[in-house]
Design a protein around this ligand. Structure first.
Ligand SMILES: [Zn+2]
Length: 251
């Protein structure tokens, strides 16, 4: 299929849909300069990840987790939504897409103007932190200023609990409410559009399988082949911004 034919087919599937769900992974955000932390050369291959159990049980692990967070934070803060995010936002705004299910933790869908309640974050969000006990919210920049003074991992000033970025760590339970919402949205979708995920991480990769099983059309735009290409109705191995941007008519 030529590039033009592929874009035209994607546009046709989107036009035909009454209730689309968009599922995004690291590939949409690499186009904004955010590295795919799991890819070869990514930070998680250089450093052993700090899993949730270690974070809870070791002060040294908590300090190391925060040191890494503050080291990578400027990259996250500098990133802005790209054409792919804008095209997704346009689909939500027009009512074509009911919701976005994302594996990303960078908050770029919200930064592109999608209301918070339309974004289902399976792996949480790294642009803010919260207390693991009482859920009080903390801003990263304020924590950084304190950390540079004390070199101590932050504790909640309300209850003394551990403060952690609002992400889901390895070994941490998947967020139940987000998982339930994602399943509900998946079951209601007639088009399930995957953007920039290799669909190898479960349970997340179960959603496109479920959508397809329930009769939805499954379309995938990803630079590389994915684990579910074999059951997809359309697979485009291309950049997301230019492909979806052209299909939706967003620059
Ligand atoms: Zn607390």
């Amino acid at each position: 299929m030529s590039d033009d034919q592929g874009t035209a087919e994607l546009a046709r599937l989107i036009r035909a849909a009454r209730r689309a769900v968009i599922f995004t992974g690291a590939g949409i955000s690499t186009e904004s300069g955010i590295p795919d932390f799991r890819s070869p050369g990514g930070i998680w291959t250089k450093y052993r990840p700090i899993d949730f159990e270690e974070f809870i049980s070791s002060d040294a692990a908590r300090r190391e987790a925060w040191r890494r967070k503050f080291a990578t934070d400027p990259t996250i803060r500098a990133a802005t939504p790209n054409r792919g995010h804008r095209a997704v936002a346009a689909l939500v705004r027009s009512g074509k897409a009911a919701s976005i299910i994302t594996q990303n933790i960078d908050g770029l869908h919200q930064a592109s103007g999608v209301p918070d309640e339309r974004v289902i974050e399976l792996h949480g969000n790294t642009t803010y932190a919260h207390c693991l006990d009482c859920a009080k919210r903390y801003e990263i920049e304020a924590l950084r200023v304190e950390f540079e003074k004390s070199e101590e991992a932050p504790l909640c000033d309300a209850c003394g609990g551990f403060v952690k970025t609002a992400t889901i760590s390895f070994g941490q339970a998947m967020p139940q409410r987000a998982m339930e919402r994602a399943e509900r949205e998946t079951l209601a979708a007639d088009l399930f559009l995957v953007l920039g995920s290799s669909l190898v991480v479960y349970p997340a990769a179960g959603f496109p399988e479920l959508a397809k099983h329930k009769g939805a059309t499954l379309a995938i735009v990803n630079r590389d082949p994915t684990g579910l290409d074999g059951i997809a109705d359309l697979v485009l191995n291309r950049a997301i911004g230019e492909t979806l941007g052209a299909a939706v008519g967003v620059d």
